[in-house]
Design a protein around this ligand. Structure first.
Ligand code: ATP
Ligand code: MG
Length: 490
């Protein structure tokens, strides 16, 4: 299973990483600015040195003379961190005074004496910063004197390091503090979720009451709403299941109690006629309990969770309806009911489970036969409607019996619900099974008046599928045998 990072980790990552980046960028900018200001100050000091040397240069009888007093030289050289070099050159680049080791300036370039020129070079293997000016002595027209002062970069590097330390350390402390504050804030914010988790975790499995929405943060409300809706559905399902189990137990208890009483009675009888009568009663009770047990099993099999639609086949609805009708012929004959099956010209296929569909058709046709008075008519037929993807297959069972009142048409599908005063024994599960099977086959059930507004018409409206030969072999299982096409009375 893929483990998703926790909300806390995500929030911390989304908050701390951008803060860290912002602080680092800020630190970089501050460092750059501080270094620029520090080098400006160093450059100015270098220019001052250049001018102090230039003040000592004079023209003595057309000869350039540098008279640098020892104190001035000491001040120039007196630098605890860096080495300082100076140079006075004439217009041809001949050294007049100072250190010979400095690289010569560009003699062709004339520099305004009020602005020094800076360049970075190497002297004796060390990086230096050089400030140079070029000026004319009083009374001379040509800028015949070049002065250069160079300084190694140790002082600058040291100050850069100090700035970095002084800027970076407080920033790192800021990052750490921000992360702590964010962590604390996120933990506090998520505290309400912990309360919610505790409220759910401390419940017993049977406690399906809705989770209270007080103190639930707005962002989590939709989730809690959805959970509450699920709990509602679970509660309803659980109640329905409890009712069903209670009803099933009650329904099963009655025929079994009957069996026990009748068998006790039979054991006490000596007259074979009485024994036979008692045995007939036992047989009826056994049949009832067998039917009930089968119905309960059919219901359990049709529960949505128990159905594996991957095993479904293309089923010819006509064959199903016809076979179910045939099985009920003797019941119809016993009541002198005309049970008719109207064939349609072509087979109509649906995707489904053959046994369940047979059970469904039997229950509907059986009801029509049972609840139609003697001499009545029951007609079963399968019709196709719609085109292409909208194609439907309809299973229609009509009778001209007593009908079902409109306000009962919904309730007859409830488990164990029976319309009283019909004089037919049953348990009220037949249509509940029909509804479950219809649901898993995505079919609709319509109960309406019978032909000529008499009796009942039950229509099951299925999504139809193409005949199996038009589908790939893997879509459905083996082909269904060909249905009979002729219109017939079964
Ligand atoms: N074609 C019909 N005409 C009139 N009433 C009907 C018809 N079909 C069903 N009903 C009514 O609907 C009720 C529920 O039917 P359902 O098949 O669920 O139960 P049942 O027939 O009573 O018992 P069983 O579980 O044995 O089928 C029946 O009791 C009956 O009163
Ligand atoms: Mg029934």
């Amino acid at each position: 299973m893929k483990v998703n990072p926790s909300i806390r980790t995500q929030l911390l990552a989304w908050l701390v990483i951008p803060i860290l980046v912002l602080l680092l960028v800020g630190t970089g900018l501050m460092y750059g600015l501080a270094i620029e200001l520090a080098s400006d100050a160093y450059d100015k000091a270098l220019v001052d040195s250049v001018y102090s040397v230039s003040a000592c240069v004079e023209d003595v009888k057309n000869k350039i003379v540098v008279d640098l007093p020892p104190q001035a030289l000491a001040i120039l050289r007196d630098n605890p961190k860096d080495k300082v070099f100076y140079q006075v050159l004439d217009e041809k680049g001949h050294l007049i005074a100072g250190d010979a080791c400095l690289p010569a300036p560009d003699l062709n370039e004339r520099i305004d004496s009020t602005t020094a020129k800076f360049r970075d070079e190497k002297v004796k293997g060390e990086e230096v910063r050089i400030a140079s000016i070029n000026f004319a002595l009083p009374g001379q027209k040509e800028e015949a004197v070049f002065i250069q002062v160079a300084e190694t970069l140790k002082g600058r590097e040291q100050i850069a390091e100090e700035i970095l330390q002084r800027v970076l350390l407080p920033q790192l402390v800021m990052v750490f503090m921000s992360a702590l504050i964010v962590w604390f804030g996120v933990t506090r914010g998520l505290h309400t979720l912990n309360n919610l988790r505790d409220a759910v975790a401390s419940r017993t499995p049977s406690d399906l009451r809705p989770i209270p929405l007080d103190n639930v943060p707005r962002e989590v409300r939709p989730l809690v709403h959805a959970i509450n809706e699920l709990l509602d559905r679970l509660r309803e399902d659980l109640q329905a299941q409890r009712r069903f189990v209670a009803n099933a137990a009650h329904q099963l208890r009655t025929p079994i109690a009957g069996l026990k009483t009748q068998s006790e009675l039979a054991l006490r009888q000596t007259d074979p006629a009485d024994v036979r009568y008692a045995l007939a009663q036992i047989h009826t009770a056994a049949e009832r309990s067998a039917r009930l047990t089968n119905q309960l099993l059919a219901l359990a099999r049709s529960e949505p969770g128990a159905v594996d639609s991957a095993l479904w086949q293309a089923v010819d609805l006509q064959t199903v309806a016809k076979n179910a009708s045939k099985e009920l012929v003797s019941l119809a004959l016993g009541k002198n009911i005309d049970l008719g099956f109207e064939s349609s010209p072509a087979s109509i296929f649906i995707s489904g489970d053959h046994a369940s569909l047979h059970e469904m058709a039997s229950n509907i046709i059986e009801n029509a036969v049972l609840y139609t008075p003697e001499g009545g008519h029951v007609t079963v037929r399968v019709e196709a409607s719609g085109q292409g993807a909208e194609k439907r297959a309809l299973l229609i069972v009509e009778d001209d019996g007593r009908g079902i009142a409109p306000d009962e048409r919904e309730r007859i599908f409830e488990r164990f619900y029976r319309v009283s005063d019909r004089g037919v024994s049953g348990s009220g599960l037949g249509l509940a099974i029909v509804r479950e099977i219809a649901n898993v086959h995505k079919a609709q059930i319509i109960v309406s008046d019978g032909p000529d507004n008499q009796g009942t018409t039950v229509t099951i409206d299925f999504p139809a599928v193409s005949p199996p030969e038009l589908l790939s072999a893997t879509d459905f299982g083996p082909r269904i045998s060909n249905p009979l096409h002729e219109s017939s009375t079964v």
